[in-house]
Design a binder for this molecule. Sequence first.
Ligand SMILES: [Zn+2]
Length: 135
Amino acid sequence: MTRSESGPSSGGPNAPDPCGPGPCGQCGAVVGARAMFCHACGAVLPPAPLDPFTRLGLERRADLDPARVARQYSGFARAFTGDRFANRDEAQRANARAQLAALDDALATLTDPARRARALKALDESTGAPAPTTP
Ligand SMILES: [Zn+2]
């Protein structure tokens, strides 16, 4: 925790994204809002405040196929299970646990029709326009 701001050798201006992905806590690289790992140093990032649809890479709709939700979940969750973070420091392991917990929560929300409907409704109320699903 001795290194501080002004990251190394980044090409462009580090304009902060208004949606607020912070810079990587390990190396200071600017990371995307949906990134789970730092592209520069591979550090596990804390989970971004995403809606459950975005977190699992699914469209915002009421009639999602549960099998597809489960498939998306296991694709993302695979990155955080097992022993692959055993040698990382405690902050990294905590971030990995938080990422997995966020994915678990998204799965639970999207596979429960009542919770999914509530999540959709909350999104409708918070964003007037449809959000982009892919950059
Ligand atoms: Zn990094």
